[in-house]
Design a protein around this ligand. Structure first.
Ligand code: HEM
Length: 147
């Protein structure tokens, strides 16, 4: 329907290389919750945020996150097929020390990035469509915390 179209069109309009958008998103995330930085083992000069943000480990994770969103956008008609993958991904993040509550902040950072990148294309309907998709991804990952 309309939601899927909004998601697909907006994601495509960000361009082929999603990494710069991911950098905006995670820069915002660490601004909103700097404590999340400590969950990463950034070896290079990671005393201060700007240096963390230019470390290869940071860029690798950003790339991975963008690939997961890409997979979700490409499976809007059969999100169930990502269920096992997302549950395992959640399990890995539990082991890393991520709290499920942090996903709300990640969602805020995602919307912030979309707003920056889409400008006037960032409408209330588009925001809601992305919130709905993000809620499905988070619900699946959160199952990884259950026993
Ligand atoms: C792996 C942290 C959110 C996708 C990792 C790793 C860390 C981490 C420390 C292991 C090192 C690495 O592979 O780079 C976090 C933190 C998050 C967060 C602190 C926010 C609170 C997300 C989200 C997604 C994601 C929202 C995707 C929707 C991945 C993937 C991996 C990963 C695909 C690789 C897993 C594997 O090795 O199989 N994350 N992450 N992360 N993260 Fe995240």
């Amino acid at each position: 329907g309309k939601d899927k179209e909004l998601i697909r069109d907006s994601w495509e309009s960000l361009g082929k290389n999603k990494v710069p958008h991911g950098i905006v998103m995670f820069t915002r995330l660490f601004e909103l919750d700097p404590a999340l930085l400590s969950l990463f083992n950034y070896k290079t000069n990671c005393g201060v945020v700007p240096e963390c943000l230019s470390s290869p480990e940071f860029l690798e994770h950003v790339t991975k996150v963008m690939l997961v969103i890409d997979a979700a956008v490409n499976h809007l008609d059969d999100l169930n097929s990502l269920e096992d993958f997302l549950l395992n991904l959640g399990r890995k993040h539990q082991a890393i020390g991520v709290k499920t509550q942090s996903f709300a902040v990640v969602g805020e950072a995602l919307l912030y990035m979309l707003q920056c990148s889409l400008g006037t294309g960032y409408t209330a309907a588009l925001r809601q469509a992305w919130l709905n998709l993000y809620a499905i991804v988070v619900a699946a990952m959160t199952r990884g915390w259950a026993k």
